[in-house]
Design a protein around this ligand. Sequence first.
Ligand SMILES: [Zn+2]
Ligand SMILES: [Zn+2]
Length: 132
Amino acid sequence: MTTEKTLRCVNSCGFLNSNQYEGVEVEVCPQCKGIWLSFDNLNQIIRTQRRVWTETQKAEILPQTGKTGVPQEELEQHRDCPECGELMPAFNYQYSSGIIINKCKHNHGLWLDRGELNKIQIYKEAPNNFNV
Ligand SMILES: [Zn+2]
Ligand SMILES: [Zn+2]
């Protein structure tokens, strides 16, 4: 892994900053707070479960999850991979989470908008979803 990467935010804010989150490397946009990370690193964060979510956070997030399909406005957002520049299709994380994220077709990584990393963790840690 190199530290010389200068990746740009998919929302055209500017450069991403390398950061650590629960022990893995993520690239964070200082402006829009979007996060670029690998699929493996996302799974590592899900397994780590270091954060403890409050009942308030769960009550806010969980009703928004558990939906299939991708809303039209998400399909129309044009986001290019920070590494290869190709369009990243929007998809519903694990088909029915209702959390819409973008993934590079060449597996360079995943783009999560502000708050989506929390949503994915809260969703995955819910008892009914943990083994999905
Ligand atoms: Zn940004
Ligand atoms: Zn790519």
